[in-house]
Write a protein that binds this ligand. Structure first.
Ligand code: CO
Length: 133
């Protein structure tokens, strides 16, 4: 079951620069910034109700996310749903022949399970799934 939109991730070349719109102009609160070395990004978390905007700044020029930024430019990167059972959701997508980037859910530093669905199967949107544990 899909519980909510957990976050919308926006790719930016520079978090300080990005703050000028998201925090200073729009008025969102910057809750915290985290380094996520396994994804080669620094992430700024900006809560909006029960969801968050995540600003992603690549930290390694060779990473997939940095190459994506270089190729496509800044902008929306992915949409993340919180689900109650990530393995069941992946099985459901597999049964529907939706291509997955992450075949088996990964476990993040904070213990959250996550996986990505290929944009080829979603109409062009990179979709992330999260299961909080
Ligand atoms: Co995400």
């Amino acid at each position: 079951m899909i519980k909510k939109v957990d976050h919308i991730a926006v790719l930016v070349p520079d978090l300080e620069e990005a703050r000028r719109f998201w925090v200073d102009a729009l008025g969102l609160e910057l809750e915290r910034v985290e380094s996520v070395p396994e994804e080669a990004v620094d992430i700024a978390f900006l809560p909006v109700g029960d969801s968050e905007i995540e600003l992603l700044q690549p930290t390694d020029l060779e990473s997939g996310v940095a190459k994506y930024l270089a190729k496509k430019g800044a902008g929306m990167h992915h949409l993340c749903f919180e689900v109650d059972d990530i393995e069941a959701t992946l099985a459901r997508l597999r049964a529907a022949n939706v291509p997955l980037i992450t075949e088996t859910a990964k476990v993040g530093s904070s213990g959250k399970k996550y996986a990505f669905v290929h944009p080829k199967g979603t109409g062009g949107v990179l979709v992330e799934l999260y299961e909080l544990v």
